[in-house]
Design a protein around this ligand. Sequence first.
Ligand code: AMP
Length: 538
Amino acid sequence: MHGLMMDTQLSISSILRHAEKVHQHCEIVSRKPEGGVFRYTYKDAGRRARQAANVLTRLGVKQQDRVATLAWNTHRHYELYFAVSGSGAVLHTVNPRLFPEQIIYILNHAEDEVLFVDIQFVPLIEAIHDQLPLLKHIVLMVDKDKMPESKLDLLCYEELIDAASEEYEWPSFDENMAATLCYTSGTTGNPKGVLYSHRSTVIHALASVSNDALGVCNQSVVLPVVPMFHVNAWGVPYGATAGGAKLVLPGAGMDGASLYELISGEEVSLLLGVPTVWLGLLQYCDQEKLTLSSVEEVVIGGSAAPMSMIKAFQEKHDAFVIHAWGMTELSPMGTVNSMNNYMASLSQEERYKLQTKQGRPIYGIEIRIVDAEGKELLQDGKAFGRLQVRGPWVASSYYKHEDQSDWEDGWFDTGDVATIDEHGYMNIVDRAKDVIKSGGEWISSIDVENIAIGHEAVAECAVVGVPHPKWDERPLLLVVLNPGTSLTKEEMLEYLSDKIVKWWMPDEVMFVEELPHTPTGKLLKRELRDQYQDVYTQ
Ligand code: AMP
């Protein structure tokens, strides 16, 4: 017997419709890529999203057509989040940091016919346009009086919006229909598309803003520095809208000074971003002797949050770090390390240690670790193995891709290696391909990096395993120094010596100007391994 409840389909448009009615006066603040700050309310955003939906119809976009964006975190991008998916088309957010060949590949693979771009990306599109045979319309998201000269036939977003009706009836459809598309930035092979549905997006948004996760509500002032062009900015635009939070969108300004200005001016309480962004902000605050007085919590994910960063936010800015882990294939939230009774019962030092773990699964996500034969391992905080996940917002396959090798018995294999302790806390040891295998034992490159970065002279560092004649592989530490500081190999090793076991100690420390990164800001370790492969064999 079925329950006797209404069969209401979950839809992305319903989130904005809710905010428009219930949180109508709540603000959205956006730094425009062409300069200046724009502010309006959820009520205005609802109106402009309906106008944008009418623009899509005018441009010939039909249900389930893919519509691409190449854009920063702005109010216009936000409007498209709802207009495109809400009208039944699929929002394809494109990461501008990908190589041009990858951008060409994914725009053609997704068969995008309409592309919305920010002004900074016009030269990029001009350069690759003749390799995008399917593209019919390019809409530039800029004020009317800032439209640039271009060899391309560019439409102006603001002009189209002005001419569009405010009347639009959001269609209702099967909640399992595709809503958004995001390609992973795999370091080998072509990027693979993850196709989210309305159902997965709405459930993910509700779960991730709950109190035990990010705790986003009407009293929050949220600044997602995580880009809207990658995994829907961790779902924050949807979650903040559902919760009626004040939403602050940083545009292209991710440097310490621009972020500080926005955080202090708008009294931001919740920050979300990757560690490299926070390094810049913390350095800027140190230099200028400033504190982030309005900030209560900082969500850090995408790469491991080092203890020195967790401590700096807590001790210098009285801001609690919520360490989180996720992936494009998980919409992306998987585990979150928020405050709870157990953490509250610990001493400050024990708490910091716990905070370096990536946390516990949010309700809806199940995790397990398995050995090489696929046998589930103990949750004792020591055994480590391949991390697998399942749940309603985990991908079941890639878009237009036959290969199912990342899925096994209904579980998705994340490619990460992790431990899970008796309290359910997951700790990422490494990416499976980055773990260092030395004399038959494993060394966590992340653990060594997290300790090395604690030295005040170290701005950024990477640990990679390189071939060694006796031990198979040995760790090599590459260090970028903070400006105006100096450090020797001996001083670095001395600093590490009482913090890690002896056989984890890097055999060599090298000082470099910069480290290579992936388009989503992670260390590109494959390139480092290739570049330094002969260090121990020469
Ligand atoms: P992406 O799909 O680009 O979001 O990258 C997902 C990958 O980033 C994961 O599989 C992890 O390897 C890594 N990652 C994400 N969050 C964390 C974290 N908090 N600590 C360590 N690695 C992380």
